[in-house]
Design a protein around this ligand. Structure first.
Ligand code: GSH
Length: 203
């Protein structure tokens, strides 16, 4: 299996961490999105990473599909609970964490435009989504060690990848350490894990 990824994609990092936590060997293939001959276009019509290319050359996307596939490849250390109630809770955390990443990506893309065509209203709207999402996750975590059922799961992986990405891309606009202390505590705990240390975003 080959994972097409970019080094700072939080969605690809989620997949890399799930594979590492479950001790599944994947060949990592870093790509340059936007290059005219980028291999991602052969495997994902949307041209996005991550893409998992299976041994029979079939491809899986997006990150939520890939993590479910990997979690079921081996019964070792399930990161998505088997019972429906807990599974839906975990996937809801993941949806919100991924949604914060989506709004962060949208903010960064807008800010990269030249000032004449940038929309301040659009940036404010996206930053509101980021802050509302962070506040909801911070409140829901409360004093718990992990996001769901006091057990390490995909929810924690998704939130950790999102926090790394927010700090990397909009750390000048959003101060997680001060404003979302429960999330900061979770992030510090996650950064002790090898899977997180081995996949740190690169400034
Ligand atoms: N929902 C997708 C999001 C994937 C995504 O947006 N990836 C970004 C990189 S962080 C990308 O490939 N962007 C290129 C593009 O939009 O053309 C997932 O979870 O995999």
């Amino acid at each position: 299996m080959k994972l097409l990824y970019t080094i700072n994609s939080p969605y690809a990092r989620k997949v890399r961490i799930v594979a590492a936590e479950k001790h599944i060997d994947i060949v990592l293939l870093e790509v340059v999105l936007g290059a005219p001959d980028c291999i991602v276009n052969q495997y994902n019509p949307l041209g996005k990473v991550p893409v998992l290319v299976l041994d029979d050359d079939e491809s899986l996307y997006d990150s939520r599909v890939i993590v479910e596939y990997l979690d079921n490849r081996t019964p070792l250390a399930h990161l998505i609970p088997q019972d429906l109630g807990s599974k839906i809770k975990v996937r809801r955390w993941e949806a919100l964490a991924d949604g914060v990443c989506d709004a962060t990506v949208a903010t960064v893309n807008e800010k990269r435009k030249s000032p004449e065509v940038q929309s301040a209203t659009f940036i404010t709207k996206q930053l509101d989504k980021v802050m509302h999402g962070l506040q909801a996750l911070n409140n829901d975590l409360g004093k718990s060690k992990w996001c769901v059922n006091d057990t390490f799961s995909l929810a924690d992986v998704a939130v950790g990848c999102m926090l790394g990405y927010v700090n990397l891309r909009i750390g000048d606009l959003v101060n997680v350490a001060i404003d979302y202390p429960n999330l900061e505590r979770l992030h510090v705990a996650l950064l002790k894990r090898k899977s997180f240390k081995d996949s740190l975003p690169v400034p």
